[in-house]
Design a protein. Structure first.
Length: 200
């Protein structure tokens, strides 16, 4: 199955959490209503497997990644020593498309992904068009001259948004100061059931 291109609100309502980057009043009002003609029925109690699936879906929807990408990432982390949950979150957060969003060069992760895919993002002054590219500590992320003239970028930069503590932004460039930690981010999903799902 390919990447989902349908209505984004439907995804958020399916899992009952605002996994999108929008603060739409309509979405927030209808988060507890399931999508579809039977949406007004009460949510069924999930089995343990169902709960694991739902947390996995939340993670995939939040970061806009595919099943194979998430599975490979979890398997890679499980072979390492240390806190598995923190390592998974660090790898998700240091994807190039996510950092473009976190630096507020783009209003949404979807928009950030498009900037990267269209070669508008530079890492250490070299164009990178792979959204899943893993940014390393000390790497400098900047926008191309063409992207910097985009009115949507100007709007995103005008917002008085808080830059997370592991990042530093100056004008149209930003730097990864250190690896992210769980306490730095408001995580919308539980990583433990995801790890259990892939450990079966």
């Amino acid at each position: 199955m390919g990447r989902y291109t349908g209505p984004k609100h439907r995804l958020a309502r399916k899992v009952g959490v605002n996994v999108l980057d929008k603060q739409s009043a309509t979405l927030l009002r209808r988060l507890n209503v399931l999508p579809g003609m039977h949406g007004k029925r009460r949510r069924r109690r999930l089995s343990e497997y169902g709960a694991q699936m739902q947390e996995k879906q939340k993670a995939k929807m939040t970061y806009g990644i595919m099943e194979k990408q998430l599975r490979n990432l979890v398997k890679k982390v499980q072979r390492r020593k240390g806190d598995t949950q923190e390592a998974i979150l660090s790898l998700l957060e240091t994807r190039l498309d996510n950092l473009v969003y976190r630096l507020h060069f783009a209003k949404t992760r979807y928009m950030a992904r498009q900037f990267v895919s269209h070669r508008h993002v530079l890492v250490n002054d070299k164009k990178v068009n792979i959204p899943s590219y893993q940014v390393k500590v000390g790497d400098v992320i900047s926008l191309s001259q063409k992207a910097s003239q985009n009115p949507q970028v100007a709007d995103a930069l005008k917002d008085e948004a808080i830059i997370l503590p592991y990042l530093k932004r100056e004008g149209l460039s930003g730097k990864l100061l250190r690896m992210p930690k769980r306490e730095d981010i408001d995580v919308l999903f539980n990583l433990r059931p995801i790890i259990e799902y892939y450990s079966r």
